[in-house]
Design a protein. Sequence first.
Length: 172
Amino acid sequence: MTAPLDDLTRLAVPVRHEANNLFAALSGTIDILLRTAPTDRDRARAERMRDATTRLEALLKAYVALAAPPATAEGTDAAQLLALLRPLIVLTLGPGREVEVAVPPGLPRVASPSPEVRAEILNLVREAAVDLPAGGALRLTLGAVPGGVAVAAVPAPGAEATPPLILRLAED
């Protein structure tokens, strides 16, 4: 059972590298299509291709980061990790549900390693999604608290909030 996980981890970096090359080629081609589109209909098609490519790129990067999180200095940048996880959070919530992420600038790094923080954030989202009504929205916030960073999942009105996750600072 560990062989597929080992393969995923071993191939994550080369897959990320090749995907970046492919997304660069797609982006360049779409730019050409947008500049040379003879009709509004052709421009609209190229814009849809750009939007789809951007969403696919974010999703693939988030998924590959499960196996090989971006290298960081000591501690984890929770804000960067949350931004990277956003496409997976959207999938976790399910269709028709919205997610908003609110992060103040300058948050300090947290002590926990990236995979641990990722797992805790995804667990928080899964717990919050249980009571989230169809078509509902979830607001994820990061904020400084004494000695750490709090991650909160605040559902739209009418759903029960889950307790915030408190992550200890790396400087402690």
